[in-house]
Design a binder for this molecule. Sequence first.
Ligand code: NAP
Ligand code: GLV
Length: 331
Amino acid sequence: MSDLRFFVTAPIPDPGLPLLRAAGSVHLPDAPPDAATLRAACESGDYDVIVAQVRDPFDADLLRAAKIRGISNFAVGYDNIDVAAATANAVMVGNTPDVLTGATADIAMLLMLAVGRRAVAADTFVRTRHFSGWRSDMFLGQDISGRTLGLAGFGRIGRATARRALGFDMEVLFCPRPPGDRPVPDEELGAFAGRVRHVDWAELVASSDYLSLHVPLKDETHHLVNADVLQAMKPTAVLINTARGPVVDEDALVAALASDEIAGAGLDVYENEPRLAAGLAELPNTVLLPHIGSATVSVRAAMARLCAENAIAMARGDVPPHPVNPEAWRP
Ligand code: NAP
Ligand code: GLV
C-alpha cells in the first residue's frame, strides 16, 4: 500500500471508499467533524487530502494553517471553500461536475410540476382519506406547458433544465450572469439558438411564470432574489431554487409567500441549511426537499468515483481530473 493519507469527513458511496482504500489509508471519523476538529485534521500534517462535503467549511484562517495538498469536494458547488485562500496556500480543490447535471435539472422540473400542480398537498389529501371522488374544482393548479420559464444562470444545469422545459412546450428565457449580464453568441448557444431568449435580469424577473435559479453562490449572487426582486415578480409566479440557499433572502421569501406577492416556491436548498426560516414550513404554497438534487444511486456513485479520483491525484501531487483551481498546483 502507498502512503497516501485521506481524511474523509463523512462516508461516500461505492466505489469511492474502496478506491481511496486501494490507494492509501482512510480516516473516517464516527461523526462528521465540527469546525474545530476539521481544522485540527487539516493542521495535523497527518493527511494529504480532505474528502469533504458541502457542509464542511474551509475558510482563509483554516487554509493558512493547513498542511494538506488538496480538498476533494463531494459536490459540483464549492462555496464552502475559500478558493482564493486555498490557491494562495497551494491547496488544490477538486469537484464533481457534469455527472449530476441531469439529475439536478430533473429536480428543478419536479419542483415546478409539484408546486404548479399542487402534487404534495393532493397526495396528502388522498393519504388522509379525504378523497371521496372526482370533482371538477379539486386541486386546480397552474399550467406548465405554454408558460414562461426564466433561468437565472445558463451553465450546465441551467441548460439541462432548458432542454427539459422545451420538451414541456415552455417558453424559455435566460440571463447568464444575474444580476449582471454578458453577451452569449449563437455559437455558444449551439442547438439552443432560436429556441431560447437571452434577456437581462430585470426582464427575466418580470416575465417568468417559473423563475429557476442555477448560479453558484458567490458574493455577486448572495441574496440575488431579495424583497425587491420578489416584489417585481408576477403575483402568479413560482420561484424554484436548486442552486444554493443564500442565493435567496429566505425571510423575504417567506414574507412574499405569506402575503401572496408570489404564488409559490419549490426549494431544494436553504439559506441556513438544514434550518428553515421561521414560517417557511407552515406555508401551504411551497414544496420543500432536503437538498436531493443529485440524489440518485447512479449519480452518487459517479460522484464518488470522481471525488476519489480527484483525491488520489491531489494526494500524489498531481492536478486532479476535475480541478477548481489548477493554478494552485506547485511542481
Ligand atoms: P455552471 O455550469 O458553472 O453554471 C453556472 C452559471 O452561473 C453560468 O451561467 C455562469 O455564467 C453563472 N455564474 C457564474 N458565476 C457567476 C457570478 N459570479 N454571478 C452570476 N452568475 C454567475 O454550474 P452548474 O453545474 O450548472 O451548477 C450550478 C450550481 O448548482 C452549483 O454551483 C451548485 O451550487 C448548485 N447545485 C446544486 C445541487 C443540488 O443538489 N441542489 C446539485 C448540483 C449543483 P458564465 O457562463 O458566464 O460563467
Ligand atoms: C450539490 O449541492 C452540489 O453542489 O453538488
